[in-house]
Design a protein around this ligand. Sequence first.
Ligand SMILES: *Cc1c(COP(=O)(O)O)cnc(C)c1O
Length: 426
Amino acid sequence: MKMEQLSNDVWQPLQVQGIELRELAHRFGTPLYVYDGERIIRQYEQFARAFDPSIRLSIKFACKALPSLAVIELLHRCGAGVDAVSIEEVFLARRAGVPPEAICFTPNCVSFDEIRRGVEAGATVNIDDLAMLERFGHELGSSVGCGIRINPHITAGGNPHIQVGHIDSKFGISILQLRHLLRIVESYGIRVIGLHMHTGSDIYEPEVFVTAAGVLFEIAEHFPHLEFLDLGSGFKVPYKPGDTATDIAEFGAVMSRAFLGFCERYGRSLELWFEPGKYLVSQAGYFLVEVTTVKQTVSSLFAGVNAGFNHLIRPMFYDAYHHIINLSNPCGKPRIYSVVGYICETDTFAWDRPIAEIRQGDILCIMNAGAYGYAMSSNYNARCRPAEVLVLDGKALLIRRREELDDLLATQRTLSQAEQQMLAAV
Ligand SMILES: *Cc1c(COP(=O)(O)O)cnc(C)c1O
């Protein structure tokens, strides 16, 4: 098979916008995160197009998936706002040029002080806790509107993968506490301008999601000041060939019908918000690593690489599958490898996986690295974090430089001489 033919296969990407991924590994070094800007734009457009054009749609990029300024800027240029889950993410979005009115802030278990700072920054806050709502009412009254995060507790029978807000979840205000919620809203005169839900589950069947949204539709009549419904995220992307993914066009069609019907009953057309993270950036990301050693043990054939779960934790943390290809030998005869990292702990990217023959020095590409890759990286083992490259308009832009030891040292110090004497006294 020719290289060009291979690179057209989505599961065998050798190039991004005509640039060889292997060339990027050599130019910027490894480990390296590469993001295909065109792909991000395409995902955004697909999402936006899925809904009825008469709906005022607002797509808030859940920037916790990929909190890099240039990516937030790119998505904002497409028309996206930002969903922030911490005050730091609110400020990140502001730094990327996103205006406050396009930012929603959906924190969980934060102090009221943080919520107040979100309000002061001009973001729309979704409150997910009755005690916090009471505090909000007490301190701010009706001076500023807020959204309420509801846990609709919809669990689809049969498929254990569809668990929309189970009863023991720490997120949201339970739909079963509606009366209590309404009493707080009433006694403080809180202006509820939005209802929010985020299932966090994978959406395989639009109908299940629509059923959960239906819970918001039903309780909306209790809230006369609504401006938006925020249906969160849960959109699934394929991680391996043959994976089931959310059919966004189908979902958009089904959801649009349900939402338009709701608006008619409510008597006004509201804005419809979503907060996709993974859907927008997962497939646009490639994590490039170099093979440091190929090690045959009595039981396995290991390919060791110059990265670890400190750089991409999803395989170890969630048992997530990430497709891996050998960029240096794409047509090589497949052998069974365990691809492992350099962290001094069990640190596996792939277990017993057929991959085109791997040699020391080869560059491997770990796919679906756009979402929760760099975002969840750490300095464990005193390792520096990788660089990030965004490919835009056929040009590779270094959007975050590689960390150096000095970055790790910047926040700490050694003991002074006097302090060392205290040590001696111990
Ligand atoms: C994490 C998160 C999202 C994004 O979820 P994805 O699965 O990445 O799309 C959206 N909204 C909230 C409140 C979140 O915490």
